[in-house]
Design a protein around this ligand. Structure first.
Ligand code: ING
Length: 308
C-alpha cells in the first residue's frame, strides 16, 4: 500500500499590510500540526505568501513587483523549507514569481521530503481581465500581472507516487486534469484564492461557488482516477471576502476531508495511492477506451465554431 498522509493547510486571510515573515510563521504552525498528525506531504494555497494583490489596480511596475519573489527559497521562506526538511515533509505552495529575465507568473512549487524543489508549475488559466473594469466592485487583474504559464501541466515522480499541480481557475477546466491523467497522475494538488461573493451575486452566491469548486475537483478526480487536494486562502482580506471550502477528494470523486472554517486550518487524510489503480484499469483505462480521432476540436479550437 503506497500511503501518503496528506495535509491541506488552508490559510485564513492575509491582509495587504501583513509581512511574508508573518505568513511563513503561520504556515510553520500548520506544518508542525501536520507533523503531529503524521503527514508526509502538505499542500498550501495559491499566492500563499501575500494578500490576493490582483484585486488592486496598480500601474507602477515597482508597486507590482513588491508582491513577487525573485528566488525560491529566499530569506522569507527559508524557515519554511528548513522546518519541512526537519519534519521530513514534502510541501507545495503558490507564490508570485518574477523570473531573472523579467517574466511574471502565478507559480507553485513542489518539494521532496528533504526540502528540495522537484517541481514547478505556472498557472495557465488566468481569469478576470487586464484593464480597469469600471463595472466591478473590485478588480480581478491576473491577466494584467501574470503571463500564462509556459511549463504545461507536468507530472513528477515523488514519494513513490505520480503527482502534479495546477492553480485555482485551472481546476475549472477538465483538460487540466486529463493532461495530467494522461501522464498517470495519482495526485493533483492545487491552491486557490476565490472571491466568495461580489455585488452581482445573489444571496446563495457563496453556496453556488462552493458547489462549483467541489464539482470541478470531484469530477477531475473521478474522471482521471486520481486524488485531488484543493486548498483555499480564505476569509476577509481588507474587506474582500475569499471563500474557504478546502477539500481532499479520493480517486472515486468522494470528498474525504473538508475544512470547516475560513481561517488557518489543517485537514488531513491518509491517501492510498493504490486506490487509483481500479479506476485507471477499468472505466478510465485511457488506452483501452479513448478515441482520440474524434477529439481534435479540443486542441484545434480555442472558442466555439458554430455549425452552418
Ligand atoms: N479565482 C477564481 C477561481 O477560478 C473565479 C476566479 C471566481 C472564477 C469566481 C469563477 C467564479 O476560482 C482565481 N484566482 O482563479
Amino acid at each position: 500500500m503506497r500511503e501518503i498522509v496528506i495535509g491541506g493547510a488552508q490559510l485564513g486571510p492575509i491582509q495587504r499590510a501583513e509581512s511574508r515573515e508573518s505568513v511563513v510563521a503561520r504556515m510553520i504552525v500548520l506544518l508542525d500540526q501536520a507533523a503531529k498528525a503524521g503527514c508526509g506531504l502538505v499542500v498550501f494555497p495559491e499566492l500563499a505568501l501575500t494578500t490576493f494583490f490582483p484585486r488592486w489596480w496598480m500601474e507602477d511596475p515597482a508597486e507590482v513587483d513588491q508582491w513577487f519573489e525573485t528566488e525560491m527559497p529566499n530569506a522569507a521562506t527559508q524557515p519554511l523549507f528548513d522546518r519541512a526538511r526537519d519534519h521530513g515533509i514534502a510541501i507545495s505552495f503558490g507564490y508570485a514569481e518574477k523570473t531573472s529575465d523579467g517574466h511574471h507568473f502565478n507559480t507553485s512549487i513542489l518539494t521532496d521530503t528533504a526540502g528540495n524543489i522537484v517541481g514547478k508549475y505556472r498557472k495557465v488559466h488566468l481569469p478576470g481581465h487586464s484593464e480597469f473594469d469600471t463595472e466591478r466592485a473590485f478588480q480581478h487583474l491576473e491577466k494584467r500581472y501574470f503571463e500564462p504559464g509556459n511549463l504545461g501541466f507536468p507530472v513528477w515522480r515523488n514519494m513513490d507516487a505520480l503527482m502534479g499541480m495546477c492553480i485555482c481557475n485551472d481546476r475549472r477546466w477538465p483538460e487540466v486534469y486529463r493532461v495530467m491523467g494522461l501522464q498517470g497522475a495519482e495526485l493533483i494538488m492545487l491552491g486557490y484564492n476565490t472571491p466568495s461573493v461580489n455585488s452581482q451575486d445573489s444571496a446563495e452566491g457563496l453556496e453556488h461557488r462552493l458547489y462549483h469548486s467541489d464539482l470541478s475537483m470531484t469530477s477531475g478526480a473521478y474522471q482521471n482516477a486520481a486524488w485531488v487536494v484543493g486548498v483555499a486562502k480564505s476569509g476577509d482580506e481588507d474587506g474582500h471576502p475569499l471563500m474557504a471550502g478546502s477539500i481532499i477528494v479520493d480517486p472515486n470523486g468522494f470528498v474525504v476531508a473538508r475544512a470547516q472554517t475560513e481561517d488557518d486550518e489543517l485537514i488531513v487524510h491518509a491517501c492510498d495511492m493504490d486506490l487509483c489503480n481500479f479506476g485507471k484499469s477499468t472505466i478510465f483505462d485511457f488506452a483501452r477506451h479513448r478515441r482520440v480521432e474524434h477529439y481534435t476540436r479540443i486542441t484545434a479550437q480555442t472558442g466555439v465554431e458554430y455549425p452552418e
